[in-house]
Each structure stands twice: as C-alpha cells, then as structure tokens.
Design a protein. Sequence first.
Length: 189
Amino acid sequence: MLTPKRRIFRRHVPGLVRPPGFILALSGVAAMLTVWWVQDVLGVVPCGLCLWERWPWRAMIVIGLAALLAPRRLARGVAWTGVAPALTAIGLAGLHLGVEWGFWPSPLPECQAPRFMTGSISQRLASMPMHPSKPCDLPTYPFDWLPISLVELEGLAALLVLGLLLASLLFKDDGGVRKSDSRQTGRER
C-alpha cells in the first residue's frame, strides 16, 4: 500500500504574493535611475532635502528584493513593511514642497542660500560654503513647458507606488477584498 507524500514545509498561500515585491523593487530602481539621470546627465545639483528623499526609495529596493526572495508564506508580510517607506517618501516630498512654496523654512542648515558678509573679497570667499549647494527653496523644473518641479513629480510617484502597493496587497486576484484571516478552511484545500 502506497502512502501519500506529506507536505511538511509546503504550505500554499492563496493569491499572488510576488507582485508587491516587484512593485517595490522596480519603483525603487526606477526612482534611483531617474535621480542618476537628473543629477549626472542633466547636471542638476541636489539640495539637502533631495538627498534625504532618496532614502525611502533605497529602502523600497531592499524590502522589495526581500519580499521577492522570502518564502511564499512570508512574502506578503515582508511586502507590507514597504508601506512605511512609501509613506515616508510622501511625507518628505510634502516637507520639501512646503519649503519650495515658502510655507516654512527648511529644517536643514545646508538648504539655506549662502549669505555673504560685507567686507573685502577675501572675507567673502572665506564665508562661502566648502561645497556648492542648491537652496531647498529653489524648485527644479525638468521640463521648460511643464511647471511641475521634480519634488512634485516625486511626490506623485510615491502616491502612485503606495496606491499600487496597497491595491496589490489588499485585493485578491479575482477582484475581491482579502479577508483578514488567511487560513484555509477544509473545503478550500
């Protein structure tokens, strides 16, 4: 008499679990490639807040790759942690937009435009910063014909990624909403 093989370590999790990881990893890579293109190809100098805004996208790459490499039953939980960097990216974009629009001053001292002292040329040169920096309240427009700054585009991209991520985490493949309890009943097996 043949006994059926027992599946000890294979537990099927219903639905697709990999798309949230793909969304996180690909959006993070796309954001970093865009930043590289704007900074190195177009020659736009980033400000201090722009450098801060890159960290959530880097975290999305790491979390997305972890969700792709995690076992199937853990992948969705790992992908849920990607909501935090997406919200952080939206928050940092909002902070930077407030600085650009003049609602509040930048929290970073390097974002302020240099103020030169009166006096001789040597005193003015001594008061200049060591590295040239772009003030955070000066918006960068990537297209002359479109009055939307890079910070606004980054905020919209973060909102889009958050929406896609939540949609892929909350909805089933057939269009229904996921139940909070992912355990299978005897009939579903």
